[in-house]
Design a protein around this ligand. Structure first.
Ligand SMILES: [Zn+2]
Length: 188
């Protein structure tokens, strides 16, 4: 089993600073973490409600990213190189939310319906490219790919360049997001 390095935001979304983005650690850290400048130690602070994951020590902005993708990143996927654009960062969180809702019903959705449900203003063919990024984002969350449930309206199946067995991945998606099967943080 290989481990990929933990994802980090490329820059603070508030001030754009790159070097002072730190991962928030709550509770009692190990000495390794305590000495590592990549972390901000919050100790046993009682928070009400939201618990942001990242802090920028330049501007004190705290946030939890909508996506595990950063502007300008590129992915070599089957058949194409995909670069993360500002447009992607706008639409992908909405598409992810819609796909999660569909997954909870254990259904699939066509690219065309997905596009119209979220109001995506570009051609249906552009949705296939976004699915590559959805897969990358899911992978960084250790989740099965939500792209497995987005299908072509003609073939009823995912695009040719889907990486893996779509039927098996779809079963994993349904299991994860069904009310009975989903426990946050389970597995691994
Ligand atoms: Zn900042």
């Amino acid at each position: 089993m290989t481990t990929t390095p933990r994802w980090r935001p490329a820059a603070c979304p508030n001030c754009g600073e790159k070097s002072t983005v730190k991962e928030i650690v709550r509770g009692m850290p190990t000495s390794d973490v305590f000495d590592d400048p990549h972390y901000a130690i919050y100790g046993c602070v009682i928070t009400s409600g939201e618990s942001p994951e990242w802090v920028c020590t330049t501007c004190d902005h705290e946030w939890t990213p909508d996506l595990r993708l950063s502007l300008g990143e590129s992915f070599a996927t089957t058949g194409r190189d995909v670069h993360v654009s500002e447009n992607d960062l706008t639409w992908l969180p909405r598409i992810r939310q819609r796909l999660i809702a569909v997954a909870q019903d254990a259904e699939t959705i066509t690219y065309r319906d997905l596009k119209s449900d979220v109001g995506f203003p570009h051609a249906p063919s552009a949705v296939g490219r976004l699915m590559d990024l959805i897969s990358a984002d899911c992978g960084r969350r250790d989740e099965p790919s939500l792209a497995a449930i987005a299908v072509n309206s003609v073939t009823g199946e995912v695009g040719d360049d889907f990486d893996g067995d779509p039927a098996a991945e779809r079963a994993n998606v349904f299991e994860m997001w069904s009310d009975a099967g989903y426990v946050a943080g389970a597995g691994g």
